[in-house]
Design a protein around this ligand. Structure first.
Ligand code: BG6
Length: 484
């Protein structure tokens, strides 16, 4: 048994990290547009690089700068999308995951009618993808909610945002349903508690006595309700469409077999899976709810919420997978960063320059765990290696380390499929270099395609094929058989 014939090979990006054109075509400010690149911050300290305050938001709003607000410029996919899609098609992409920036359609999130210029942009992108036979996988919310909603409602903590999001989604389904059959609701929904502003527009100073953590769980609940409502809407409006949840799969091993370490690890894993449990099983896990109540963090729910959540569960489970970590009760255990987390270091695994621990076997473990738990088709919608690349004198880029990373992860993926895991597809993060979500750097490169731009926005934006470009093309051509 091997990868299914219709396996969706491709790549994934998010609007806020690639599009640029932050103030073009009627687009409004999103939370990503005020994320500052801090050259002097330790990139391993994700708390420092993603920290947000009202003062800094106001400062950013008054500033037209794009040098220190790199997500405003992205890689200018807005003007380069034809060239980029052509390169993806050259690699043989079957699928491309992208997100629709809410603020391109509804600049403040509260307009009655959508911005036609924003709609026209995505219509053109989807048409081009159709022409190239690339299946769109569309994330409805990927770290780019309207800034105006963060400021007015403290983001997703306020239920009124549910209606506004539903309005945005209705337009997406009505206008793009003819092109898009695979939808994802909230990117890495579990990340609310790690970077609440980026994920859910929560401003710490607005949380008052209730506290930021309670606001996070309230926002998560509101997103669960919104997720159910838009799944219902999608089923009414788009024939044959499928809705997926999207989880950061943060597989954690016990650092030792001491029962205390195992118990602490179990807790971490259950907390991570909770966000998927709700959306697949249609109910809150009893233990999590109990724990939230005990800690005074239980969200307010309205009559009908739990019914909706029960009725409109997702069709498939998508997730990002980059690294694993371990857990220990030993306060002196050495720690290392991962994808916006700080875990205990695993002595058996190598780390990237950013500290993320590379673990292909962990991908197989994660696939088996998720499939066994949910029995829903799985989709790996993010996986990849952020590294510095060197451009040789002749312009070539030899990224053997990236090929090694993907090869080992594809082997692990293949083993899981052979064991019976139902896997719909794989979209790498990211097929083209882009602005990092966590650090706002350009030098943390993920692509098969190099983009000539540095951390401060210098460069021609020219696109160049790296060695991995030709390698991934071969992988897709052979449907994952040729990994040499
Ligand atoms: C995922 C996000 O968490 O990780 C992406 O969904 C992000 O938006 C990716 O880019 C890699 O993280 P980073 O911080 O290296 O860009």
């Amino acid at each position: 048994m091997s990868f299914p014939k219709n396996f969706l090979w491709g790549g994934a990006v998010a609007a806020n990290q690639v599009e640029g054109a932050w103030n073009i075509g009627g687009k409004g400010l999103s939370v990503a547009d005020v994320a500052a690149y801090k050259p002097n911050v330790d990139v391993k300290d994700y708390k420092a690089s993603t920290a947000v305050s009202l003062e800094n938001i106001k400062k950013a709003m008054a500033d037209e700068d794009t040098v220190y607000y790199p997500k405003r410029r992205g890689i200018d996919f807005y003007h380069h999308y034809k060239e980029d899609l052509a390169l993806f098609a050259e690699m043989g992409f079957k699928a491309f995951r992208l997100s629709i920036a809410w603020t391109r359609l509804f600049p403040t999130g509260e307009e009655e009618l959508p911005n036609e210029e924003g709609l026209a942009f995505y219509e053109a992108v989807f048409r081009e993808m159709q022409r190239l036979h690339i299946e769109p996988i569309v994330t409805l919310s990927h770290y780019e909610m309207p800034l105006a909603l963060a400021l007015k409602y403290n983001g997703w903590t306020d239920r009124r945002v549910i209606d506004l999001f539903e309005r945005f989604c209705r337009v997406c389904f009505e206008r793009f349903g003819k092109y898009v059959k695979y939808w994802l609701n909230f990117n890495e929904i579990d990340s609310i508690i790690r970077h609440s502003f980026i994920t859910a527009g929560i401003i710490p100073e607005y949380c008052g006595e209730r506290g930021e953590l309670a606001c996070c769980y309230q926002a998560a609940h509101n997103q669960f309700v919104a997720g159910a409502r838009v799944t219902k809407l999608m089923r009414e409006l788009v024939d044959g469409a499928k809705m997926g949840l999207m989880l950061t799969k943060l597989t954690t091993y016990p650092r030792t077999c001491a029962p205390e370490d195992v118990a602490a690890t179990q807790k971490k894993n259950l907390e991570n899976l909770f966000y998927a449990d709700v959306q697949v099983f249609g109910e809150y896990p009893a233990l999590i709810l109990q724990d939230l109540k005990r800690r005074g963090l239980a969200p307010c729910m309205e009559p009908g919420d739990l019914d909706l959540i029960r009725k409109y569960t997702v069709d498939f489970v998508s997730f990002s997978y980059y690294m694993t970590m371990t857990e220990s009760v030993d306060p002196n255990a050495e720690r290392t960063p991962g994808n916006t987390v700080l875990g205990v270091k695993n002595p058996y695994l190598p780390s990237s320059e950013w500290g993320w621990q590379v673990d292909p076997t962990g991908l197989r473990i994660s696939l088996i765990e998720l499939y066994d738990r949910y029995r829903k088709p799985l989709f790996i919608v993010e996986n990849g290696l952020g590294m510095r690349d060197t451009v040789e004198e002749d312009g070539s880029i030899h990224d053997a380390y990236r090929i090694d990373y993907f090869r080992s992860h594809f082997r692990a993926m293949k083993e899981a499929v052979e064991e019976g895991v139902e896997l719909m597809g794989y979209t790498s993060w990211a097929p083209i270099d882009l602005v990092s979500a966590g650090t706002n750097q350009m030098s943390k490169r993920y692509g098969f395609i190099y983009v000539d731009q540095d951390d401060l926005g210098n460069g021609s934006l020219a696109r160049t094929r790296k060695d991995s470009f030709y390698w991934y093309k071969k992988v897709i051509e052979s449907n994952g058989e040729d990994l040499t």
